[in-house]
Design a protein around this ligand. Structure first.
Ligand code: FA5
Length: 347
């Protein structure tokens, strides 16, 4: 055996060792293995060259190359173990799940402002002795309009631009435009005395603006009992505005028209964005309408078979989103639907 032959084998092993130490991932190691012991490796080329040597020389050099290949393969196996262990460690650290971790406040979920407002409004009325009732969002024309003294083709239907559903006869099934149909459902289920509030979602083909969105919420109120007068309505509204907005709020009732109440009024409060000076939100009027109200029309009592000589009542329907908007001084209501987390997080 010449020292030159031994040198070639030693050099191949040394080069392999250096090459393998540079491999940090299993992928890199696979490429290195192909380069070192694959068909195109220096070892394989040297093996192929053995064929041209005399028999003794071929055996001797063959043994050297065989030893070198075994050593390189052992080095590859050893490196593979080290790299696999390191890769697994890196993977475990990246995938670490600390189940004891508690994230700070703003990331925790909470109710949407509108839902919170609905809960708060319910609380105010429950505190005054009202019960809470609900009705369906998909309504029939009869509940949404007719039973409320708005027969087909009545001009008052124009007050509510309605989404009709293609179910049954044309324009008989709709997305309720207000919560007033729940008055009828409550009176059908329970004979007076009735003291109920009915919150829920409503739909109108309204163009969105600072005070309107097409899907919004109302809270309806209904009282039917012996000897109920407009003074009871005014007192209830006064108690509600003070409890929800605080004692400093200025409110007023203005005459209005609703087919299902007589007399009717609109409740307005001073715009909390401009404090009455006039701004874009209140269309420069200084006032914001929260909802309608009035004494239950005898025709409505008649629609549910109640004697209007015996029973009287009042009803109201306030916008929940509008109440939230004024209480939290939100200049544009459309932000309630934007789902912008910067807005959602702060309330
Ligand atoms: C009504 O819907 C009547 N049903 C209210 C009523 C009930 C009167 C009982 C008498 C007795 P109006 O269309 O004005 O009335 O709506 C009442 C309130 O709902 C509005 O003042 C406003 O606060 C809210 N509202 C109406 N439309 C929208 C809308 N597109 N976006 C947001 N809020 C709305």
């Amino acid at each position: 055996m010449t020292s030159a032959d031994t040198d070639v084998a030693t050099r191949l092993v040394d080069e392999a060792r250096t090459r393998l130490e540079r491999c940090a991932t299993l992928d890199e190691l696979r490429s290195a293995e192909a380069e070192l012991v694959g068909k195109r490796s220096a070892l394989a080329t040297a093996h192929r060259a053995l064929g041209g040597l005399p028999p003794d020389e071929r055996r001797r050099q063959g043994q050297l190359l065989h030893q070198a290949r075994s050593t390189v393969e052992a080095l590859v196996a050893e490196r593979r173990q080290t790299v696999a262990r390191a890769e697994r460690q890196r993977w475990l650290e990246a995938d670490r799940l600390d189940l004891t971790e508690v994230l700070p406040g703003p990331r925790r979920g909470h109710l949407h402002l509108v839902q919170r407002t609905r809960d708060e409004l319910e609380d105010v009325f429950v505190g005054m002795g009202f019960v809470v009732a609900e009705g369906p969002e998909v309504e029939t024309d009869w509940y949404n309009f007719e039973a409320l003294n708005i027969p087909p083709a009545h001009p008052a239907r124009g007050m509510w631009d309605t989404f009709y559903l293609q179910i049954g006869e044309p324009e008989t099934v709709l997305l309720r435009t207000h919560t007033s149909p729940v008055q009828i459902r409550v009176l059908q289920e329970k004979r007076p005395p009735v003291y109920a509030v009915m919150p829920g979602r409503c739909y109108r083909r309204d163009t969105p603006d600072a005070r309107h969105i097409p899907v919004f919420h109302q809270i309806e109120g209904l009282v039917v009992d012996h000897g109920i007068t407009f003074a009871h309505l005014a007192g209830t509204i006064e108690t509600f505005t003070t409890a929800y907005f605080g004692p400093d709020i200025h409110s007023r009732l203005r005459p209005a028209y609703f087919p299902f109440t007589e007399p009717s009024a609109e409740l307005e409060i001073t715009c909390t964005i401009c404090h009455g000076a006039g701004c874009r939100t209140c269309s420069q009027t200084g006032w914001i309408e929260l909802g309608g109200c009035g004494m239950v029309d005898p025709a409505v009592l008649g629609a549910v078979g109640l004697d209007d000589e015996e029973w009287t009542g009042f009803a109201f329907g306030f916008g929940i989103d509008r109440c939230a908007q004024m209480r939290h001084e939100i200049p544009d209501m459309r932000i309630l639907l934007d789902n912008d987390v910067r807005f959602l997080r702060q309330v």
